[in-house]
Design a protein around this ligand. Structure first.
Ligand SMILES: Cc1ncc(C[n+]2csc(CCOP(=O)(O)OP(=O)(O)O)c2C)c(N)n1
Ligand SMILES: [Mg+2]
Length: 566
């Protein structure tokens, strides 16, 4: 086996990835990975994004795959480099994002004998991947070229087909790792640019007529939806049938006349929650983050029906009685459980209460710069062609709690598979690389510090990103938890203030920086960054204790407003 064999097989492999539809890949530097890096880079239909840190590379690929719904490849060298991809692989599995991880390795004879940078990479990611395959070291024959092509197709379609997720191929490479002669032609591909194996997965048939037929008091609860258009369909269905729609912004369904955007605050009122018990709950996609919503759903004595295109089992409280493996909003599932128009008072009552809460929020927040105010403002400001990437911790909670309902709002993305704060900057850059419009990242200071190296994509890859940083010097979320009372350890070990000066981080990584003092200046800064081609960090300083107090004031005002409405 020579370098020519290796490169011929890899060229066929990468050609096949491109034929299947791959548009983006991420690389990280190293020696052992040379053949696969060069083969990917030389495949012109695949745009290769270079990263120094594999953890960032993994999350960048994740963001690119999430925004485009297409598999993205990542490759890296052997050793601990491969382990640095684990967080992104795990997130991809939980969030149903198609990734193709191509690790490079020593050949079998150099394993477990003290060769450098060699660890056991077999099944390294365990059950987090949908498929692991140890690739052999082979001569490039007509048969092995054909096999290499089918391997690429299998990796691609396994990652892409529902539920999408990561796959891992481990490639052993023998030295020499570079070519010493030109590569001969290869005619083993199919004619007319077709992929070697085409793949067809017809939508599963929906069981017609089984289970309960929703009537009367119905609500729709919509969570994260990986399909870009899914939310719109759900909102249309809810509007056609006058059904209150409790939609997380990640669903894309917080829109239309029946949207109840402030369910998180509404359902904190025990009286309202008890008085608005539905007879049927139609759930779509993931379960939203909101604790009051989750608790309310768990305690209902209603028939609950879950629609999910992949049949994913999201039901921590074991209350779902019917699962339909199809997206809600597609025509077929409607025939299965056609909801009858609900009584109009039902929707009216939800809407009036929601409007009262909206008023209370606006009065309490005013136009001061605060974390909830910024989240709310972004919901109203960002144009439909933009994408808002939201970090875990308070940013995603504030977006769920305060985003208004709006037709033509931004697409909202977040790494909510495993709820990590890691890799967020890199994922947002990945979304900027593979998406269409401008990307805004809403992120806390600890999450930004965690992936500060992700900022390198701004200058190295020339990617623009508008970063709205909510800097409360630590993890503000922990003030909402009982641990905040454990004062001997709380600040240092849980809240973790760091005192970082992010203006200097901006300077180090070649980003623009500003710190607006008012909401109007913040808006200008965001708009000019979105229309420019630089990455900008726009910092809003807040205080963790004040943030807690403000959230409490909003909740109290909301409660009072719901009660005062009659
Ligand atoms: C990788 C990872 N490590 C730790 C956590 C636990 N965690 C959740 S929120 C949080 C603090 C985040 O702080 P920041 O980004 O500043 O947001 P804030 O809470 O202030 O809104 C931490 C450490 C996590 N979710 N993921
Ligand atoms: Mg913080």
């Amino acid at each position: 086996m020579t370098a020519t064999d290796t490169y011929l097989l890899l060229r066929a492999f990468c050609d096949e990835l491109a034929r299947c539809g791959m548009k983006h890949a991420c690389t990280a530097p190293g020696s052992r990975s040379t053949p696969i890096v060069l083969s990917l880079v030389r495949e012109e239909r695949i745009r290769c994004w270079s990263h120094i840190d594999e953890r960032s590379a993994g999350f960048f690929a994740l963001g690119a795959a999430k925004v485009s719904s297409l598999p993205v490849a990542i490759t890296c060298t052997s050793g601990t480099a491969t382990a640095n991809l684990a967080p992104a692989v795990i997130e991809a599995r939980h969030a149903r994002v198609p990734l193709i991880v191509l690790t490079s390795d020593r050949p079998p004879e150099l394993r477990d004998v003290g060769a450098g940078q060699t660890i056991d990479q077999l099944k390294l990611y365990g059950d987090a991947v949908k498929w692991f395959f140890e690739v052999g070291v082979d001569r490039a024959t007509a048969e092995s070229l054909r096999w290499s092509r089918t391997l690429a197709c299998r990796a691609y379609w396994t990652a892409a087909d529902g539920p999408p997720g990561p796959v891992h191929l481990n490639f052993p490479f023998r030295e020499p790792l570079v070519l010493s002669e030109p590569l001969p032609e290869d005619r083993s591909g199919r004619a007319r640019g077709r992929s070697y194996v085409m793949f067809d997965a017809p939508a599963p048939a929906v069981p017609a007529g089984h289970g309960p037929h929703p009537v009367g008091r119905i609500v729709i609860v919509a969570g994260q939806d990986r399909r870009p258009d899914g939310g719109r369909q759900i909102a249309r269905l809810a509007a056609e049938r006058d059904i209150p729609l409790l939609a997380d912004p990640l669903s894309g369904a917080r829109r239309g006349p029946t949207a109840i955007p402030h369910y998180d605050l509404l359902l904190r009122d025990p009286e309202f929650a008890a008085g608005h018990r539905p007879e049927f709950v139609i759930r779509a996609g993931d379960l939203p983050t909101s604790k009051p919503l989750r608790a309310w759903l768990a305690g209902l004595d209603a028939a609950q029906i879950a629609f999910d295109p992949d049949g994913v089992w999201h039901d921590p409280d074991a209350v779902v009685g019917l699962r339909i493996r199809a997206p809600l909003g597609a025509a077929a599932p409607l025939a299965a459980g056609a909801p009858t128009p609900a009584d109009r008072d039902w929707l009216q009552s939800w809407r009036e209460a929601d409007r009262a809460v909206a008023g209370a929020i606006d009065r309490t927040l005013g136009d001061e710069l605060s974390e909830p105010r910024v989240a709310r403002a972004l919901g109203g400001w960002l144009p439909p062609e933009s994408t808002l990437f939201v970090a875990s911790s308070m940013p995603i909670r504030d977006v769920e709690e305060f985003f208004p309902a709006r037709d033509g709002g931004p697409r909202v993305l977040s790494n909510r598979g495993a709820n990590g704060i890691d890799g967020t900057v890199s994922s947002a850059f990945g979304a900027a690389a593979a998406g269409d419009g401008p990307v805004v990242l809403l992120i806390g200071d600890v999450a930004l510090a965690h992936d500060i190296g992700g900022l390198l994509a701004a200058s190295r890859l020339g990617l623009p990103l508008t970063i709205v940083l909510l800097n409360n010097n630590g993890g503000g979320i922990f003030h909402f938890l009982p641990v905040a009372g454990e004062t001997d350890a709380f600040e240092e070990h849980v809240a973790t203030p760091h005192g970082l000066d992010f203006a200097r981080a901006a300077a180090l990584y070649g980003c623009d920086y500003s710190r607006p003092a008012t909401l109007a200046v913040l808006r200008d800064a965001i708009e000019s960054s979105m229309s420019g081609d630089a990455t900008t960090i726009i910092e809003v300083r807040t205080d963790r204790a004040e943030n807690l107090a403000l959230h409490r004031r909003v909740a109290e005002a909301a409660l009072a407003a719901v009660h005062d409405r009659t």
